[in-house]
Ligand binder design. Structure first.
Ligand code: URP
Ligand code: ZN
Ligand code: ZN
Length: 468
């Protein structure tokens, strides 16, 4: 009998703190030895010239999420997690969304049914609380948190999802009592509505004006408000998808006062600007880039890089929220209502597969961040923050053998035809990147080999966070 099921030989292992040459011995899905000249394996992966990274942990993705306007998300668990695997992420955290008037417990049940048997990587669910009724606050949410759904998102904007300030404070209280982590979408709803009305009155309805309506000032104000409410209640929060310097400064202000405020940013804030929303000539193509908060400008990108370097950001997630541009019968971004005003364009862009290549290329290959920091932002920190560490997010004896053999030299041009997601476009079309995942291993099994996903395998599943 072989000592190992798999040995990864001759690569450079990188964790959030170290970089060293070693072999990895894997048995029963776990790393059992880190050493030299390991032999006695059923299969050997030659990692010479490769970086051996922990599989990415994408802590912010939307898959098969219900919408309230007849549009349809382009990814279910099959296509979304297949794209995650192809891009080097072995764990993703999507959201089980409570629709207003419905039960949160039922949303979780439905979401499990959608995921069951369809996952190419492991998944752990965050919740979205949109209707904090006494039943939800008093029973469903506390019970779900105790069952391991220990993180949930709340929205300060979007008509169908947003909570009032009083409701925010109520859910923060539950989070404090039950020791959950609240993720906050911080954009000031009334300010956005106010600007939107003025733009529409002036006939400025093209997708580009989404970026004007969703002003960075509205993001800054809501970020400060969320932090103040969290301080009042004494609860830790994560400000998700931070787009530029103004909201970053609020987070830095809070940290200086010792408040437990975590921060996440995403590829769109280093690789896109609001000019992308102009499309070809202020035309509807700009809808392909509509997301909230929107990308800003090159000065904001520089601020984000500062934050990625100096520790302001804990997390680099995709915020993968995929729609087709041309969906069937008005289910995509290009639908008749969206043509009348930017405010009806479905918010969100695909990015689950390109998250790691974009940060590696723009960050590590261009010398802006170290490879260890890359691992920390994309795998270790999200695993730690959301209760998956040390099983996920690093390379440790006893941890799951979730690994990426990364080719740091592979030059690629990102193009829709090569990607695995369900969208019919990528906002990063034509972007040149250096560095791409070659082989991806999930719990000791190869799920991507030479860039090709084993589409039949579906070796992923839901992770019970009470059992870590
Ligand atoms: O535009 C975005 N980000 N859509 C996805 C939902 C969210 O707010 O994260
Ligand atoms: Zn959001
Ligand atoms: Zn999101």
């Amino acid at each position: 009998m072989s000592e190992f099921d798999l040995v990864v030989r001759g690569g450079t292992i990188v964790t959030a703190s170290d970089r060293f040459r070693a072999d990895l011995g894997i048995r029963d899905g776990r790393i059992v030895q880190i050493g030299h000249d390991l032999s006695g394996a059923r299969e050997v992966l030659d990692a010479t010239g490769r970086l051996v990274l922990p599989g990415g942990v994408d802590a912010h993705v939307h898959l098969a999420q219900p919408t309230s306007d007849g549009t349809i998300m382009a990814d279910d668990f099959d296509s979304g997690t297949r794209a995650a695997a192809a891009g080097g992420s072995t764990t993703v955290l999507p959201f089980a969304l409570q629709e207003k008037g419905k039960s949160l417990r039922e949303a979780v049940r439905d979401y499990h049914a959608k995921a069951e048997g369809n996952c190419h990587v492991d998944v752990a669910f965050h919740l979205i609380v949109s209707d904090p009724t006494p039943q939800v606050l008093g029973q469903e949410l506390p019970a779900l948190i105790r069952d391991g759904y220990s993180s949930f998102k709340v929205f300060m904007t979007y008509d169908d999802l947003r909570l009032t300030d009083a409701e925010l404070l109520d859910v923060f209280e539950v989070a404090r009592r039950e020791k959950a982590l609240v993720m906050v979408h911080a954009e000031g709803h009334d300010a956005i509505r106010h600007i939107t009305r003025k733009l529409e009155a002036a006939g400025q309805t093209a997708p580009y004006y989404h970026a004007i309506a969703h002003s960075e000032i509205a993001e800054r104000e809501a970020t400060h408000r969320a932090i103040s409410h969290a301080q009042l209640v004494d609860v830790p929060i994560v400000i998700v998808h931070v787009s530029g310097r103004d909201p970053m400064e609020q987070i830095q202000w809070a940290r200086k006062r010792g408040l437990r405020v975590h921060a996440e940013t995403c590829p769109q804030y280093i690789a896109l600007t609001r000019d992308d929303l102009k499309g070809l000539n202020m035309d509807f193509e700009g809808a392909k880039y509509v997301c909230s908060p929107p990308p800003r400008d090159t000065a904001a990108q520089e601020a984000i890089w500062e934050g990625l370097r100096d520790g302001t950001f804990d997390l680099f997630s995709s915020d993968h929220a995929p729609f087709r541009y041309q969906g069937e019968a008005g289910t995509g971004k290009d639908n008749p209502r969206a043509r009348t005003s930017f405010k009806w364009v479905p918010n969100g862009i695909p990015g689950i597969e390109t998250r790691l290549p974009i940060l590696f290329s723009e960050g590590v290959s261009k010398g802006r961040i170290s490879i260890e920091r890359f691992v920390e932002l994309t795998a270790t920190n999200p695993a730690k923050l959301y209760g998956l560490y040390p099983r996920k997010g690093s390379i440790v004896v006893g941890g799951d053998a979730d690994l990426v053999l990364w080719d740091p030299e592979e030059a690629r041009t990102i193009t829709q035809g090569d990607l695995h997601h369900g969208s019919d476009y990528t906002p990063y079309e034509g972007m040149q990147v250096t560095g791409w995942p070659q082989v991806v291993v999930l719990k000791g099994q190869v799920v991507v080999r030479n860039g090709v996903v084993d589409t039949d395998a579906r070796r992923g599943g839901h992770i019970d966070r009470t059992a870590i």
